[in-house]
Write a protein that binds this ligand. Structure first.
Ligand SMILES: [Fe+2]
Ligand SMILES: [Fe+2]
Length: 173
């Protein structure tokens, strides 16, 4: 029988027989996925000045990553696997941008950012760098955060971005 699970990080529903291991929308780890009855929104809290500044930086990083991965997916239409991979990455980053915008209470900006570096290897190397940088920033933002919900958001982001970096690294081998 299908059950209704909800991701505590992005709030997206999962109709599934059993609990998914990672959120298919935002990449949060299993411990953040629960039954719909236990769900409460992550955003809607008052951010400290420091959290607000960091959340704005988070939104910028996620908007750029979304735009970049979308462009790479478009550039790789002839390499089916990479088109799929970067489309998947773009979706997750877009979900992160949406949550950051909700925390800030702002409308989602246009997805503009960097462009494909021209070949899959260069793009995978750029992905590795972007994800390493993002995870390092989010560790910093986690340390600055005082609200538990902000901390949970960064915990999930660090997990998701590390997974992206590891995947890019494995593709480069
Ligand atoms: Fe999620
Ligand atoms: Fe992200």
């Amino acid at each position: 029988m299908l059950k209704l699970f909800v991701c505590q990080i992005c709030g997206e529903p999962h109709l599934a027989v059993s609990k998914p291991s990672d959120c298919q929308f935002c990449g949060a780890p299993e411990r953040f996925i629960g039954m719909v009855e236990d769900y409460s929104t992550l955003w809607g809290i008052t951010l400290t000045a420091e959290e607000k500044r960091d959340m704005e930086a988070t939104l910028e990083l996620e908007v750029n990553a979304t735009a970049y991965y979308r462009d790479v997916a478009k550039a790789n239409e002839k390499y089916e696997k990479y088109e799929r991979l970067f489309k998947g990455l773009a979706r997750v980053e877009k979900e992160h941008a949406e949550v950051a915008a909700k925390f800030l209470g702002v409308t989602l900006p246009e997805f503009t950012g960097e462009k494909s570096k021209g070949d899959p290897k260069a793009d995978l190397e750029r992905t590795q760098k972007l994800e390493t940088h993002a995870a390092a920033k989010y560790r910093e933002f986690f340390a600055n955060a005082t609200n538990q919900k902000t901390k949970d958001f960064y915990t999930a982001l660090i997990y998701a971005e590390n997974g992206h970096r590891e995947h890019a690294e494995a593709e480069l081998k």
